[in-house]
Design a protein around this ligand. Structure first.
Ligand SMILES: C[S@@+](CC[C@H](N)C(=O)[O-])C[C@H]1O[C@@H](n2cnc3c(N)ncnc32)[C@H](O)[C@@H]1O
Length: 264
């Protein structure tokens, strides 16, 4: 069972993409702006999910720009995206399908390579697909630091931690690297990119917030596999109540955004 564990065909996908966009789009846009993104750029958005960043890139690059938008399962992309004249949508697997060489001014992916066992080879493919001077921006989680910040009763943090550990084990057995975010800076330098920088964004997620709903979507979709890691169903139900409870709060996943440039 290797590769992306959170198949977009599942009913929880809309909840997941809404949560990701609501919590992380501002930080992603800030990182993309740091590249000098401008009208006329030729961009590639990989594993676009709901497509909010692709839509924004379409706006930023304007009528003279181009945005190629890919996903292995592009069925959740915002319908408005398909109507943008400077956008091309492709059903495309970044591991196995062809990518043009020396083509793009900017390549961006958020939370895609983390899931792929072939992430290092994919990173090399992405570097080759940049034109000289082009930018690679990856946004990835480091899932190892999600402390519980507030609990309505004693022991609630143990419930969160037990279910969350089962969730991360389920991702890992599919080939994910749940601490990939912390490795980006070194991987970018090793890949020969220049002007490498990285920033990290995190926030509090109280029960009932968009962020809490990301945990709900993830643990609901993989509930059977989480239980397969020894987590009782009762813990899952307790967690789902906590995620609705404003007296509970957990730190978000820290999202590391790394930028680097192909040598001219
Ligand atoms: C966690 S979601 C993130 C979606 C979006 N980038 C965001 O952050 O809102 C991962 C996305 O990557 C896509 N994906 C997974 N494996 C892929 C692959 N091999 N090639 C292209 N896309 C892939 C999934 O279908 C899904 O839409």
């Amino acid at each position: 069972m290797h590769g992306y564990a959170l198949d977009n065909a599942a009913g929880e996908t809309v909840e997941r993409f809404n949560a990701l966009e609501s919590c992380y789009d501002t930080a992603t846009r800030d990182s993309l702006r740091r590249t000098g993104l401008a009208g006329g750029w030729n961009c590639l958005e990989i594993g676009a999910g709901g497509g909010s960043i692709a839509l924004w890139l379409s706006d930023m690059t304007g009528p003279d720009g181009r945005v190629t938008v890919t996903d292995i399962a592009p069925g959740q992309l915002a319908p408005g995206l398909l109507a943008c004249p400077n956008v091309q949508v492709l059903r495309h697997d970044v591991v196995n399908d062809a990518l043009p060489e020396a083509e793009f001014d900017l390549i961006h992916a958020r939370l895609v390579l983390l899931h792929l066992p072939e992430r290092r080879a994919v990173l090399q493919r992405l570097v080759r697909s940049l034109r000289p001077g082009g930018w690679l921006v990856l946004d990835e989680f480091d899932c190892s630091w999600t402390p519980v910040l507030m609990t309505p009763y004693e022991g609630a943090e143990v419930t969160f931690e037990r279910v969350h550990a089962g969730f991360l084990e389920s991702l890992t057995e599919s080939g994910a690297d749940v601490t990939w975010g912390r490795k980006l800076f070194g991987e970018f330098v090793r890949a020969g990119l220049s002007e490498v920088s990285s920033t990290t964004f995190a926030m509090a997620w109280p029960g009932g917030s968009a962020g809490a709903s990301l945990h709900h979507a993830n643990t609901t979709q993989l509930a059977d596999r989480i239980q397969g890691h020894g987590v009782p169903a009762e813990d899952l139900h307790l967690l789902w109540s906590l995620l609705e409870d404003p007296r509970f709060a957990v730190q978000s996943y820290p999202m590391v955004s790394a930028c680097g440039r192909r040598e001219r």
